[in-house]
Design a protein around this ligand. Structure first.
Ligand SMILES: [Fe+2]
Ligand SMILES: [Fe+2]
Length: 406
């Protein structure tokens, strides 16, 4: 998936007790065990890298990127056509045909440009590129695991929906594999087997899986397409060919998002009451803030490809929010200047929190110093959440009309 399933969770690349947001898409790939494929560039976490490296590996394991699991029994009930009369099977059949078409079957083919380009990337940008590939690969892989399991578990109840999940896991495996191949250009490889077993899985009820995954896919779409378009217009920043693949790639993410949109329409109880509005806003906030804070810690990457990080993020947030407003019953007013002002304030606070982690203070002192900062961040988040929302959604779900064509 183009997963940005973000949670308000105190975790970062710096310390498990540091109050940042974690995310499977943009978060630091902390559980990522790297295995070097080159003697010249040993990974810091390879077994042979000694005591210090082993410590790093342990610390990183605490910072596992989020993988998601859910209540599969409830999922089965939700997709049982005898129980849920809102399931529009013909819509799912049509979606299935689209996934079966497999538009990108031959898209992800590498060429020699990759290695040549990677060899030319050096200095700090090289490490940033590696981190980008790691983060993206782990996020795609997280989607693969979740969709694969959903495909398996829903097979009996709803074979059509199950097959779509399986085909989406095919897409995500392809994306993750392509990114991992990219890492090999930098003489590295992600140990995906280790990642799977490390299993720091976050449990989300199905309803929350729908909100979070829909947003992840759509924000992923907007990120990829924005980078693609920018580099097409500014080819001088095209320093690694993976970005050329983003145009078709992001269509996969868009289709995944549309599938979740169809799933949510089939569950109007998740979209039509005041609780749905509150949760919709909460997930929008989590996803947007997570991305903004993460990206603002990695401005060198965006600047390296000629983007202004904050402008890029705001564009992605606004577009994602507009798309999301078609299905979520409420979204944040992200185009209100107050929203960005608050995001920037959160970045400032976050930087202070990170700076505390970098000091030589003992852990107790660090934690004490963090308390007021965490409180400030929480208060900023709450204020952003409480900004007057935008009522949205395109359908009056109160009527529960299964024949409605949305
Ligand atoms: Fe993906
Ligand atoms: Fe996806």
């Amino acid at each position: 998936m183009a997963t940005e399933m973000a949670l308000v969770k105190p975790i970062s690349k710096f310390s498990s007790s540091t109050p940042i947001f974690s995310s499977s898409r943009y978060g630091k790939l902390t559980t990522v065990r790297m295995s070097s494929t080159s003697q010249s560039q040993p990974s810091p976490t390879t077994k042979s890298a000694g005591k210090k490296a082993a410590k790093t590996a342990i610390k990183e394991t605490l910072l596992t990127p989020r993988f998601y699991t859910t209540d599969f029994d409830e999922m089965e009930t939700l997709f049982n056509t005898e129980i849920n009369r809102n399931l529009n099977q013909s819509e799912f059949e049509a979606l299935l045909q689209e996934f079966k078409t497999d538009y990108n079957q031959t898209h992800f083919v590498r060429n020699k440009e990759f290695k040549e380009a990677a060899d030319k990337i050096d200095g700090p940008l090289r490490q940033i590129f590696v981190e980008f590939l790691e983060r993206s690969c782990t996020a795609e892989f997280s989607g693969f695991l979740l969709y694969k399991e959903l495909g398996r578990r829903l097979k009996k109840t709803n074979p059509v929906v199950a097959e779509i999940f399986s085909l989406m896991s095919r897409d995500e495996a392809r994306h993750a594999g392509f990114l991992n191949k990219g890492l090999s250009d930098f003489n590295l490889a992600l140990d995906l087997g280790f990642l799977t077993k490390a299993r720091k899985y976050t449990f989300f009820k199905p309803k929350f899986i729908f909100y979070a995954t829909y947003l992840s896919e759509k924000i992923g779409y907007w990120r990829y397409i924005t980078i693609y378009r920018h580099l097409k217009e500014n080819p001088e920043y095209q320093c690694y060919p993976i970005f050329k693949y983003f145009e078709n790639w992001c269509q996969d993410e868009n289709r995944h998002g549309d599938f979740f949109s169809a799933l949510m329409k089939a569950q109007p109880q998740f979209l039509n009451d005041w609780k749905a509005k509150l949760w919709s806003r909460f997930f929008c906030l989590s996803v947007y803030v997570t991305m903004y804070l993460n990206d603002c810690q990695r401005t060198a990457f965006y600047e390296g490809i000629g983007l202004n990080t904050k402008e890029f993020d705001m564009h992605v947030i606004i577009e994602t929010n507009r798309t999301t407003a078609r299905i979520f019953p409420a979204v944040l007013d992200v185009e209100n200047p107050e929203f960005k002002r608050r995001l920037d304030k959160m970045v400032e606070i976050n930087e202070k929190i990170l700076a505390v982690g970098e000091t030589d203070d003992i852990p107790l002192v660090k934690n004490l110093k963090r308390i007021p900062l965490i409180a400030a961040l929480a208060s900023e988040l709450l204020a952003t959440y409480l900004m007057p929302p935008i009522e949205s959604g395109s359908v009056d779900y109160a009527e529960f009309e299964p024949q409605l064509v949305y």
